[in-house]
Ligand binder design. Structure first.
Ligand SMILES: [Zn+2]
Length: 64
């Protein structure tokens, strides 16, 4: 077992795509320290967000 450098929890090392971190979340937090702007953009580029915005726009156009 290794310790995650972000949250210090013991984490499985083998078959862990996020190593040396325990999870995607810890990896993003760590990267965010030096690339927070890039990550904010990446998070807003989520396809679910775009779909949600489109549905919101459709609802607005139906009202008027
Ligand atoms: Zn962690």
């Amino acid at each position: 077992m290794r310790r995650c450098p972000q949250c210090r929890r013991e984490t499985e090392w083998q078959d862990n795509p996020w190593r040396p971190f325990c999870s995607e979340r810890c990896r993003i937090i760590d990267l965010g320290r030096w690339a927070s702007e890039d990550y904010r953009i990446a998070l807003f580029d989520d396809p679910d967000e775009v779909k949600f915005d489109l549905e919101d726009e459709l609802a607005k156009s139906e009202e008027s």
